[in-house]
Write a protein that binds this ligand. Structure first.
Ligand code: ZN
Length: 194
C-alpha cells in the first residue's frame, strides 16, 4: 500500500514522520512537542508550508493546499472507474515519461491495453486544466454510499514532484464535478471513461 496520508517519508521511506503545527501553540501542542509528536513551524502558514517532517532525514513535505497550487507540482496521474458488473476504464498519464495509456477491462476478463502513446504538452495541460475546473483539491478523500451493492467504484491518484501521493476514491458516490471530470478524461484519450 502506498504512503496514504503522507505518513511515510517519500525520500527515505521512514515511518518516523511527525506533523508540523503552525500558529501560536496551545498548552496541549507544547506537550506534544515535548513528546516529539509534532514540531512547530512558526506562526505563519503559506502555500508552500510543509505539513510533515521526517525525523530520520529531516525531509519536509506535503504543502498546504491553499489556492490549489498543487497543480503545478503534479508529475503523474491515474484514474480508474469500474465495478464488478460493468466495464472498467483505466487511464494513466505520466509527465516524466511522457506517456499516456488507456486500458479497458472487467473483473471477469482482466484488463487489456487499448493504447499507450506519447503524452503531448497540450494533452498534459488539458488534463491539469480539467483537474482545476473540477476543483480536484477540494474533493473529499473518500466518497461512499453503502446502500448500493456492486455499483461503480472509482479512484484518482496523483503523484507530486516531492513524491507525495494524493489519492481520492469513491464507491457509488461521487464529487460534484464527477461527470465533467469524466468527460474531460474521455476527451483526452478519445475513448470511453464514465
Ligand atoms: Zn526521511
Amino acid at each position: 500500500m502506498s504512503a496514504k496520508g503522507g505518513l511515510v517519508c517519500p525520500k527515505c521511506g521512514s515511518e518516523s514522520v511527525i506533523r508540523i503545527q503552525y500558529g501560536l501553540p496551545s498548552h496541549d501542542a507544547l506537550e506534544a512537542v515535548g513528546r516529539g509528536e509534532v514540531i512547530l513551524g512558526g506562526c505563519c502558514i503559506g502555500g508552500n508550508s510543509p505539513q510533515y517532517h521526517c525525523k530520520e532525514c529531516q525531509n519536509e513535505w506535503g504543502k498546504m493546499r491553499i489556492g490549489g497550487e498543487i497543480y503545478d507540482d503534479i508529475v503523474s496521474f491515474q484514474a480508474e472507474v469500474g465495478g464488478h458488473l460493468r466495464e472498467c476504464y483505466f487511464v494513466t498519464a505520466d509527465w516524466e515519461t511522457k506517456k499516456l495509456s488507456y486500458q479497458v477491462g472487467s473483473s471477469a476478463k482482466g484488463y487489456v491495453t487499448k493504447f499507450e502513446r506519447e503524452l503531448k504538452a497540450e494533452g498534459w495541460q488539458q488534463l491539469i486544466e480539467n483537474l482545476k475546473e473540477c476543483s480536484f483539491v477540494f474533493w473529499l478523500d473518500q466518497y461512499e454510499d453503502h446502500t448500493v451493492l456492486d455499483g461503480t467504484q472509482w479512484s484518482v491518484r496523483l503523484k507530486l514532484t516531492d513524491g507525495e501521493i494524493i489519492e481520492k476514491a469513491g464507491d457509488n458516490s461521487f464529487p460534484a464535478y464527477w461527470e465533467k471530470f469524466c468527460t474531460g478524461i474521455a476527451e483526452l484519450v478519445g475513448e470511453r471513461f464514465e
